[in-house]
Write a protein that binds this ligand. Sequence first.
Ligand SMILES: *[C@@H]1O[C@H](CO)[C@@H](O)[C@H](O)[C@H]1NC(C)=O
Ligand SMILES: *[C@@H]1O[C@H](CO)[C@@H](O)[C@H](O)[C@H]1NC(C)=O
Length: 468
Amino acid sequence: MGTPTFRLCLVLICCACSWTEALQEPTVPTQAPAPAHAAAAVPPAPTQWRGRNYRPHHATPTLAPTAAQHSEIKQLMTNLHDRVGILATLDEDQRHRLEVIDKKLDQLLDSNTGRMESLKAQQLNFQQRLDSFEHIQRLTRHTLDELKELSRQTRDVPEQHMDLFYRTESPPTTQGRSINGTELDVASRLDALATFLVSLAYNVKETQQGVAKLLQNTNNIRRRLANRKTQSAQLAQGVPQSVAPVEEHATSCLQSYLAVNGILKLQLTPQSDAFYVPCQDDGWTVVMNRSSDDVSFERSWLDYKEGFGNIAGDFFIGLDKLHALTSSSLHELRIWMQDFENNVAVAGYDSFAISGERELYALSLLGRYQEHLHPPAGDSLSYHAGAKFSTFDSDNDNCLECSCAQRHKAGGWFNACGTSNLMGVHYSKDYQRAGETGIYWDTFQGKDYSLRRIKMLIRPIGQDEARR
Ligand SMILES: *[C@@H]1O[C@H](CO)[C@@H](O)[C@H](O)[C@H]1NC(C)=O
Ligand SMILES: *[C@@H]1O[C@H](CO)[C@@H](O)[C@H](O)[C@H]1NC(C)=O
């Protein structure tokens, strides 16, 4: 808002300057007083033209201002100068405020960078200590083993030798076995020590993981700060359309520091409705959670469009929100599952997005299956890529003589049915023979096994990750 005014002021000042110059130059023909807004149209004195626009000097009639006009003009000029001055100060004030904000952000960023550096240094240090600790541990274990071996050998010493050995201390009636008490004691102490060392090593590992996580969080915060700084820089340059809202709205679980008890209020754009989502570690947004038969998933198109269930328990977020989320920024997908023997498996996809309702919420983007995830569930979703969404009352499934949704008692991206049915019926008994109506993932427990718990999670792919 300030900048256009400022530019106008500059224009006015420039014109005003050339105008006053003109007034002070008696040899140069001057123009009649013009309204302030027309000042920009005042041509320079013709004698100053030397470019290709040079035109021979025609005898154009010029009006010499009277003394009264002259003073009037001067008055006007002073007036104008004053106003321009005020405007310029206002603008200056705004700029100053922006600069202050900018400086503060800079400081914040700097102090954060400092902290990051020291954290990194600490971690390096930590890693070195861990290495040497592991080395010591190995050595100690080695020594322990040697000691144990020694103590075993001592025990195995034939009795007559033992007699010889201990003749002075113990009477031969104990047949040399008198040593066994202490000997056992030493062995068990060595064992205890070994156990202690192992648990110590485990604790150290845990701490290290904690430090790594902390470091990652700090990294995230730093990235956000840097983003905000760019936005404020744009603001200072007068790019008002990209200005972030003053109040911070979470747009994904990457901002889960704003969550309360794991539940975060998302507002994707200032105009859109806010809604709640559960967040999980590392920026994951849970879009579907199933662990019981409390909530039926055999539902209508409208239900799937709007979402249903309890955000804190079993639920599906709804196709409209899923579309809004996955089209607000590029997301990756992860599916977590657990069977009734508590085996866990995960399937991840590099990218994931669904279309809007007009395209029947088609699974329009499904990236590469991530091989590196552990324990792997296998890829039972790529077969569904591109498929439109179907429910019992809206059949869009590529199957001419069937309704996959009705057959599977579920909603889903069916492609003449398919290789997984995450929205199937939750079975808590006979789950091994549930058949195609169950919650199945073919490459994990097969098509007949209905899983006990599943979660569908999405996460924005950060710029850092995308650049890698
Ligand atoms: C040595 O072991 C034997 C049998 O294992 C036991 O009867 C005896 O009391 C032990 N000796 C001592 C000194 O503890
Ligand atoms: C999913 O459902 C289970 C069981 O109701 C619940 O414990 C859990 O908090 C829910 N939400 C998430 C994000 O796991």
